[in-house]
Design a protein around this ligand. Structure first.
Ligand code: GAF
Length: 454
């Protein structure tokens, strides 16, 4: 028997105080404020946000905290608790894409994107600068969107800190730029700014899932985000009432999305979309993918037939194009398949009261179906992930899958609460037997959207 290592659920108030105290230690003065943004657990829908698919994230209780103080000399300084000694200083107006390395890329990237595509009310005033101190409680490289948590907390901090330099914005307002989570329109725009920071400055061609989840989540809910127009619907994902739990495992096999593997899959599916003459690959499928009223078997047959016929249609369209790219059929297959799974899952979650336990059981099987597709079609799994998923299923999980971009990172399972510890033990044992680095188990309760904390 191997004792699983459970992370401690962060105490939000204590974390706010920790980052405030770290700021005072570093800069010798009180910060003007503290802001934080969560990582996300994506329940379903991977590699489809940039193709107009829907995804279903929930905010994690693990957040990135930023304490900040305004400067008026145009200089941005930042330090991170996780990177002692790696202090950075830059003149905001001199920030250029491609000039930074590591964590600071995301901080500087946000400032750059606010100035270049934020619009007048988001662009930073000319002489604005800031001192920032960052403390991330989102596992880095774990597929739980630590980059977006850093971008979104930084964006809120910079926008809010710059208020005293903006016309008509009073420093005494509680949230001067109306940054409250209910200002969804502003948050949608800030999410776009953070996406630009990641795409243009950090050079990772990711979609908008992580930033939208971090800025626009609602407490205790899962979002269904339609990435054709970034519209969101919040749905209850109250696993407690069904005596179920989320098991979230950081496999400690870090992944990197700025590498070519993620971009290659995106580019292939974008080529297929263009080959079909569509704006979004999602539009190659029928408007309603919920299979409402169909049994689990009927729904499965319907979606697999639909995916097959759509893959054939897309590849035939590509055959006719002159500069036809060559890529594995499975990349396209996974994407269309996951689009159908997430919309069926949304239907099940919205109808748990009506459908009872069978809704949760089918949901679990959808998770595993998506995992198999990510492993065998999209080919973004690795041995540590497969072993963790298998161990969860062997321990009785209703379903288990990779979270996020894959190639490592996190695994999640939906499991009867009484079996949670047993599943963690099985995963820990399976890792120890193979000599893998010990995984970390992350207690999961639904978190809250990015916000100002102090
Ligand atoms: C990463 C990306 F940042 C997201 O945009 C999304 O594509 C995800 O991988 C895969 O679903 O988190």
């Amino acid at each position: 028997r191997v004792e699983p290592h459970w992370a401690t659920l962060p105490d939000h108030a204590a974390e706010v105080e920790t980052v405030r105290a770290a700021f005072i230690k570093k800069y010798g003065v009180e910060p003007d404020g503290v802001w934080s943004a969560p990582g996300r657990l994506n329940l379903l829908g991977e590699y489809i946000d940039f193709l107009g698919g829907s995804c279903m994230p929930m905010p994690l209780p693990y957040r990135t905290y930023v304490a900040g103080r305004m400067r008026t000399d145009g200089v941005l300084r930042a330090s991170s608790v996780q990177m002692p000694g790696d202090d950075r200083t830059v003149v905001v107006r001199e920030i250029q894409p491609g000039t930074f390395k590591g964590w600071f890329t995301y901080v500087a990237g946000v400032a750059w994107a606010m100035n270049h595509e934020g619009g007048r009310d988001i662009a930073l005033p000319l002489n604005f600068g800031a001192d920032l101190l960052i403390n991330s409680k989102v596992p880095v490289g774990g597929g739980l969107s630590s980059s977006a948590a850093l971008e979104c907390s930084t964006a809120l901090a910079l926008l809010d800190l710059s208020c005293p330099l903006r016309a008509g914005c009073s420093a005494t307002d509680a949230l001067p730029s109306d940054l409250s989570p209910t200002n969804d329109a502003l948050r949608a725009r800030l999410a776009q700014v953070c996406i630009t920071a990641e795409n243009v400055v950090a050079g990772a061609r990711t979609g908008g899932l992580d930033q939208t989840a971090s800025l626009r989540s609602q407490p205790g809910k899962a979002l269904v985000i339609d990435f054709r127009d970034f519209s969101i619907e919040a749905v209850e994902a109250d696993v407690d009432q069904a005596h179920l739990s989320w098991l979230v495992i950081n496999t400690n096999t870090p992944h990197k999305l700025a590498g070519g593997e993620f971009a290659a899959r995106r580019a292939a599916n974008e080529a297929a979309t263009a080959g079909m003459g569509l704006d979004y690959l999602r539009n190659a499928l029928p408007a309603d993918l919920s299979c409402a009223g169909l049994s689990e078997q009927q729904a499965k047959k319907w979606r697999l037939d639909l995916v097959d016929s759509t893959v054939n249609r897309a590849l035939a369209a590509l055959d006719e194009s002159a500069d036809k790219p060559v890529f594995p059929r499975g990349w396209l297959r996974h994407t269309l398949h996951d689009m159908t799974l997430v919309e069926r899952a949304a239907y099940l979650l919205k109808n748990t009261e009506l459908l009872g336990a069978t809704a949760w059981e089918e949901l679990g099987r959808l998770f595993t179906e998506s995992f198999v597709s990510m492993r065998d079609e999209l080919c973004v799994s690795r041995r540590e992930i497969d072993i963790a998923v298998d161990a969860c299923l062997a321990a009785g999980a209703l379903g288990a899958r990779i979270v996020g971009g894959g190639f490592g990172g996190a695994v999640m399972a939906l499991i009867d609460s009484d079996k949670l510890q047993h599943a963690a033990e099985r995963v820990a044992l399976a890792y120890a037997q193979r000599g893998f680095a010990a995984p970390e188990f992350l207690p999961m309760v639904a978190g809250q959207a990015a916000n100002r904390d102090l």
